[in-house]
Design a binder for this molecule. Sequence first.
Ligand code: HSE
Length: 303
Amino acid sequence: MPQRFSVRVPATGANLGCAFDCAALALGLYLDIHATPRQDSEVTVRYSGVNPERIPTDESNLIARTMRATLADWNMTRGFDLEIENQIPVGAGLGSSAAAIVGSLAACHWLADATLMDEDLVSRATRLEGHPDNVAAAWHGGFTVSAQAEGRVLSYSCAVPETVRLVLVIPDYALSTEKAREVLPAQYSREDAVHNLQRAVVLAAQLFSGKTDLHRTFFDDRWHQPQRAPLMPGLREVLDYNHPDLSGVCLSGAGPSVLAFALANAEMIGEEIRQIFQGKGINSQAMVLPADNLGAKGWSLPA
Ligand code: HSE
């Protein structure tokens, strides 16, 4: 009987303020990919979920393209039917393309009956995505740090306690990562380099030791948020927002979504951030959600 393979991959929020291009948190919002092998070499795509207008359903679909190219690398020309169910807003700084690439590689791994170890999958996904942070967290789950070295990616993750309340506020427009990277400087001063580095290592040490009393200074970034703020109306004001129950707020990945860490009153904090965006003429959606500590998970069932 033909089998259908399914994989569920979480959204991810990269950078967390200070840890640009090297850390991300997996979020409880998911992309589900169901792949059924075909006898011929055709590929079909059915999509349901958020931002359908941003998702092609022909062979230019990112998941279809990634799977096709990966299988071709392994000398397989077999076709497949894809059913995609997606909760991750697209072009919003929530790792939707990283989830698509990680999910595609996991599905190929199953279709080709190939062995792809953790490091192989994350390294291959990083070559396709360009940055290791989101793909590593999408694969491992939890809080994940990663480093690129000679074409490989070293990545480590730890679970994030359920007591950490994440508030995600998603503006209703898309911004490409390419555009958000064009505004970044080619060089940083030693003072700014040390500023972010100090915060990134302490943030990682704290989360890896199971502590969650995140200090507001971790989110005080000098490498990308100030440079990107002119692209995102309301971002400067949101980053300056304060509340007694707020540990910190940062841009999620390349934006425009923002991620806040609340000690209590998470819904209220989300609503207040939403109103700041609204005051700048930007509609947005606020949600409170847990971190995802499982990462990508796959299973197969009869089709
Ligand atoms: N770290 C990347 C950036 C986003 O901020 O441009 C995700 O890979």
